[in-house]
Design a protein around this ligand. Structure first.
Ligand SMILES: [Zn+2]
Length: 380
């Protein structure tokens, strides 16, 4: 059995996880160019988020701290401790935090759409009414509302991924073999769709179309609190592995973040498979890329977020090349680097704004809006 280091012993296994690998002991927490108004945090947002990052108790708002100095929820939650690690704020139960979670999701969607438009693409949000457009109106609104599993079983997801991969491989088959293979795969896909009982509608948050190449991305954003109680054991184990891996550990993402990413990939696999079949049927010029954008409250990006970032950077570079030399003398290399930095920082800001709204509202009844005036001096 592995013995804990003195540092880990001092911290215990309670609710603290190192976000950083040993290879990066002095990683910057946050760097933002304040010339962009979106990067300017309100004082309350700044204070609550930095206190959360540094594991300092939030400023007193409810003034009912117990003997340990932990404020108690007065919104009717069973577990009343409004802990300094943001678990209460991210539990999903405390009703007052709903606004913060909604804000985080909305801002993340806006950030992606803003940068897609800047890169010369056409972003749009997907609603219940526009969901059939994703599959070129092959299915009605009613059909779309029952033909998917929100959380498919591992076995169903595995079968869907196999069909999806086979459809992708079929695009490179010679013309004479393709028709027979496609008929076979069409049958497998139909079988999968017919096996769904009690299905729901699933739809990504939005789509991004690059008009010149007709390439399309379906994106779905989410924030996740990787260090909440239910994920802590797996996260702690993974963090030890990251630290032991030295320099390579810096590139290993959080276990919970990858789990959340995988859940979304599984959720949209059937949608992607149908789109892939439509490509083989000649109904669409390119198959859409399905990219979940999951960001953790500790600032980590899932592989889909990084892939979308690089996809948008590439489209932005193409736009700059098309526009030719600029009057201000800026070169594409510098502008694309700036675009990438701004996109990443904006996603972090969306996360910070939503997280701090949840932190400030946690424990309060929903009719109370968190305002600066509610803040009193810290607990003695
Ligand atoms: Zn509560």
């Amino acid at each position: 059995m592995r013995t804990l280091s003195p540092e880990e012993q001092a911290l215990g296994r309670c609710d603290f996880v190192h976000s950083h690998a040993r290879a990066r002991p002095a990683a910057a927490v946050l760097q933002l160019p304040l010339s962009n108004p979106f990067f300017r945090l309100a004082p309350l947002e700044f204070v609550s988020w930095f206190r959360f990052q540094f594991r300092i108790p939030q400023l007193a708002r409810i003034a009912n701290a117990n003997a340990d100095g932990v404020e108690q929820c007065i919104a009717g939650c069973k577990d009343r401790n409004v802990d300094l690690h943001g678990n209460h704020a991210h539990s999903g139960i405390c009703k007052a935090t709903k606004r913060g979670r909604g804000l985080r999701h909305r801002l993340m969607k806006n950030v992606v759409c803003y940068h897609a438009a800047k890169a010369g693409c056409i972003p749009s949000w997907v609603t219940e009414e526009t969901a059939p457009d994703l599959l070129l109106d092959e299915f009605t609104v009613e059909e779309c509302s029952t033909m998917f599993y929100t959380n498919p079983t591992a076995e169903f997801a595995q079968r869907t991924h196999e069909v999806l991969e086979a459809l992708r491989a079929a695009t490179s088959l010679p013309q004479d073999q393709r028709a027979a293979r496609l008929a076979e795969l069409r049958g497998s896909l139909r079988e999968l769709m017919d096996s769904i009982k009690g299905g729901h509608s699933v739809r990504p948050d939005g789509t991004i179309l690059h008009p010149a190449s007709q390439e399309t991305v379906w994106f779905d954003t989410a924030g996740t609190h990787t260090t909440c109680k239910s994920h802590l054991v797996a996260e702690h184990k993974h963090t030890l592995a990251r630290r032991a891996a030295g320099r390579d550990g810096a590139r290993m993402a959080s276990a919970r973040l990858l789990e959340e990413y995988r859940i979304k990939i599984d959720r949209y696999a059937l949608l992607a498979a149908i789109a892939e079949r439509q490509l083989l049927d000649g109904m669409r010029p390119v198959a859409p890329l399905v990219l979940p954008v999951v960001v953790s409250t500790h600032g980590e990006f899932c592989p889909g977020a990084v892939e979308l970032q690089e996809w948008l950077v590439e489209k932005y570079r193409l736009r700059l090349l098309l526009e030719g030399p600029r009057d201000d003398g800026e070169v594409p290399e510098d502008l694309t680097a700036c675009f990438r930095r701004e996109l990443r920082a904006s996603l972090l800001l969306a996360m910070i704004r939503g997280t701090s709204a949840s932190l400030n509202a946690a424990g309060l009844p929903t009719r109370f809006k968190p305002k600066a005036t509610l803040i009193g001096p810290p607990n003695p």
